[in-house]
Design a binder for this molecule. Structure first.
Ligand SMILES: Nc1ncnc2c1ncn2[C@@H]1O[C@H](COP(=O)(O)OP(=O)(O)O)[C@@H](O)[C@H]1O
Ligand SMILES: N[C@@H](CCOP(=O)(O)O)C(=O)O
Length: 332
């Protein structure tokens, strides 16, 4: 359970009253997640119970948070199934709980699908394209804080913990990504606010008899302005691989790519750089997992993610590049 900060019923109740959401009925620490402290909160007002998620931000600062919270509001207003941060009487959505910056959002329905099929991947691809298009006119700017600059800062910090072959791979991949990012094809990639961490455990589905329906996207706290292709690569690297080997799964990848491009066709630069961005997506999470694993923080009960997984995915992406196939190309 990722509960870095214990929240008392008094503190949670006080926040609910400030937000005019009624009285606290239940407060439960959430299992899963590694970045923030999360609780499920049940409130009652006028005999009606509602469920919320209370998040205390452990690493992000009050200066960084408005980008994420107002991006979620922007997307919720556009009809996307994302959590809507609740405002106080002045409309502020960033609160303070236990001396930490905090937010309260609605609890979305559904369950994560940890063994997705091509149908789940197609729904995700469609939703990701909707997200990119809906976020295009979001007026705030903040870079992806886990982007290239952070990789360049963090790689020297984790290198001393690695075996020589791992260190060589990490160094050479970082050099390759710096080279790609300096090129003209990269400069031509469409950009905008992206989620940047849309893994299986950050998406919810309702599994009705008519087939699964995507009911929620959450955990926008790694979002930032980056290339749309990088966001797509992060999804392909998690949703469309065999988790044991890191190997690419063709039917799921094609389902995701086709559904995404049915709503937003790739540009020529995107088609050219898909293999490089798949490597970038694997590198990003290899670095962050190495960092969390070797330089851990305190938490009540925290199980770090396995860095070796993304080392395998990266090796796969280097050895077996995936080409974007068929659908029509749009030139910018
Ligand atoms: N808005 C939400 N609706 C439903 N469940 C949520 C919501 N936000 C978080 N959760 C639940 O909390 C868990 C941890 O949240 P997450 O955002 O992944 O944490 P972290 O920011 O620490 O990575 C999720 O796996 C999910 O079960
Ligand atoms: N998805 C990342 C870690 C970020 O944790 P999350 O629980 O916020 O998604 C990974 O798998 O390394």
């Amino acid at each position: 359970m990722a509960v870095f900060t214990e929240v008392s019923a008094d503190e949670a109740g006080h926040l609910l009253r400030e937000l005019r959401l009624g009285e606290l009925r239940e407060l439960r620490g959430i299992q899963g997640g590694i970045e923030n402290t999360n609780y499920f909160v049940t409130s009652e007002r006028d005999g009606q119970r509602r469920e919320w998620v209370l998040t205390l931000f452990e690493r992000l600062t009050p200066e960084q948070l408005p980008f994420y919270l107002y991006l979620m509001k922007h997307l919720a207003r556009r009809g996307l199934p994302v959590p809507d941060p609740q405002g106080d009487a002045r409309g502020d959505v960033l609160h303070t709980v236990c001396g930490k910056p905090a937010a309260l959002v609605d609890r979305l329905p559904g369950h994560s699908e940890l063994a997705p099929t091509a149908t789940h991947c197609a729904q995700l691809g469609d939703m990701l394209a909707r997200l990119h298009l809906a976020a295009q006119d979001f007026e705030r700017q903040q870079p992806n804080l886990r982007g290239l600059a952070w990789w360049n800062e963090t790689v020297p910090v984790v290198l001393p913990y690695l075996e020589p072959a791992q260190a060589a791979l990490l160094r050479s991949e970082l050099a390759y990504q710096n080279h790609v990012a300096a090129g003209s094809a990269y400069a031509a990639l469409p950009k905008g606010p992206v989620h940047a961490d849309l893994f299986r455990d950050n998406v919810l589905f309702d599994a009705s008899s008519a087939g699964p329906t995507l009911t929620g996207l959450f955990d926008f706290y790694f979002a930032g302005v980056d290339t749309w292709l990088f966001d797509l690569a992060v999804c392909l690297n998690d949703w469309c691989i065999d988790l044991d080997t890191g190997r690419h799964d063709e039917p799921r990848a094609q389902a995701l790519l086709h559904a995404y491009q049915a709503r937003r066709p790739f540009t020529a630069a995107e088609r050219a750089l898909l293999p490089a961005m798949l490597r970038a997506g694997a590198l990003r999470f290899w670095i962050s997992r190495l960092w969390d694993f070797h330089l851990p923080r305190e938490a009540s009960l925290l199980k770090p993610h396995d860095p070796g997984h993304f080392e395998r995915v990266l090796r796969e992406r280097v050895e077996h590049p995936l080409r974007a196939d068929a659908p029509p190309t749009r030139v910018n």
